[in-house]
Design a protein around this ligand. Structure first.
Ligand code: PGA
Ligand code: ZN
Length: 397
């Protein structure tokens, strides 16, 4: 195999699904051009790597990063990611920008896969060397949106359907049937991730709407429910302030206990504020054997925070988002740690997305348990599910 080298790297600004500018990074090698679109979050964790304005981040790629990586072999992902981290030199990627670094790291990964003539998921599987890699994750679909992703009064951010099907195709069928049924009832007002945003107050109402739709379709046994409370967003001065009332940590825990008892919940994401370690530890102690307690803002895909959470027994599952930490290598490291501890791994989109489908390959390559990419509708969301469908097809042939 002839050695492929990076010839040039260029970033341009493109629109994301919220009409904000974001980056698309294009890596040109001896064998072709490989690009990556950078997503962006709205309910960002405090400890996430720092995002710069798109124009400043693009300038950093074009003026500072491109010349450093010219001539390198794109298949050396770890070496390139470390170079990016060193070049940035900060703890939180605030010098070059997490968006600049993420876009370069992802586009390099695509170029590396192509240089080895492998599909992206196989390439990630090969270099990540995780024991579980190569299995197909189950998709989870956003059906009802609240929190900062919608204009309604629902405090919890996401109510999702996790189809209990043994193929991606069947999962998509179940999700789209439920989505269509909900659309007839709830109209077309949707949140950032494509889930409906009806004027409801209570999480129970959202869950009941989904379960009723599933029941009407005879699908009640084919699904489980997943919830992302995104509790950092409604935490103020030591209290959880919601439209249902003000909760203490214990009060909120009791409320979750009722939901977990009453409904077929498979995982609960960010039930407490990103610094409320005792809240996380107590819910994991009480319910960690029954459901997965997932850290998103809590962990920010950071190997350091994953280790801290393990020491505190604060959760037993990890949301994985490349742009929370900034490089593919650090994302793989966080996934490896989580897997070695027997945690569930959920590879996730962001609320602001592009049509890039990188995360579908990442989820397969790492052997993640779930892929969370929003509603089974809207181009930027279905791009990921449709890519997973194609990978499933490759698995079956
Ligand atoms: P974000 O939300 O992309 O706006 O951060 C997604 C999530 O909290 O899971
Ligand atoms: Zn979340």
């Amino acid at each position: 195999m002839t050695l492929v080298k990076i010839r040039s790297i260029r970033a341009r600004e493109i629109l994301d699904s919220r009409a904000n500018f974001t980056l698309e990074v294009e890596v040109t090698t001896d064998s072709g051009r490989y690009s990556a679109g950078v997503p962006s979050g709205a309910s960002r964790g405090r400890y996430e790597a720092v995002v710069l304005d798109a124009d400043a981040a693009a300038a950093n790629v074009n003026k500072r990063i491109a010349s450093e990586l010219k001539g390198k072999n794109p298949a050396n992902q770890a070496e390139i990611d470390h170079l990016l981290i060193d070049l940035d030199g900060s703890r939180d990627k605030s010098n070059l920008g997490a968006n600049a670094i993420t876009g370069v790291s992802m586009a390099i990964c695509r170029a590396g896969a192509a240089s080895q003539k492998l599909p992206l998921y196989q390439y990630i599987e090969k270099f990540s060397r995780l024991p579980m890699s190569g299995k197909l994750p189950r998709p989870v679909f956003n059906m009802i949106n609240g929190g900062v992703h919608a204009t309604n009064v629902l405090d919890f951010q996401e109510f999702m359907v996790a189809p209990q099907a043994n193929s991606v195709k069947k999962s998509l069928q179940i999700a789209s049937d439920i989505y269509q049924k909900l659309r007839k009832k709830l109209g077309k007002n949707v949140g950032d991730e494509g889930g409906f945003a009806p004027p409801i107050h209570f999480p129970e109402e959202a869950i009941e709407l989904i379960l009723t739709a599933a029941k009407d379709l005879g699908l009640q046994k084919s699904i489980k429910i997943a919830v992302d409370a995104a509790a950092s967003q409604f935490y103020r001065e030591g209290k959880y302030k919601t439209g249902m009332g003000v909760f203490t940590r214990e009060g909120l825990l009791n409320y979750y206990a009722e939901l977990i008892k009453k409904y077929p919940i498979i995982f609960l994401e960010d039930p407490f504020h990103e610094e409320d370690w005792p809240g996380f530890t107590s819910i994991t102690k009480q319910f960690g054997k029954k459901i997965s307690i997932i850290g998103d803002d809590l962990l920010v895909t950071s190997p350091r925070r994953v280790k801290e959470a393990k020491e505190k027994d604060a959760c037993n599952g990890l949301i994985l988002k490349v742009n929370q930490i900034g490089t593919v290598s650090e994302t793989v490291e966080a996934a490896g740690l989580a897997q070695s501890m027997g945690w569930k791994i959920i590879v996730s989109h962001r609320s602001g997305e592009t049509n890039d489908d990188f995360i579908a390959d990442l989820a397969v390559g790492l052997g993640a348990d779930f892929l969370k990419a929003g509603a089974p509708a809207r181009g930027e969301r279905v791009a990921k599910y449709n890519r997973l469908l194609k990978i499933e097809e490759e698995f079956n042939y």
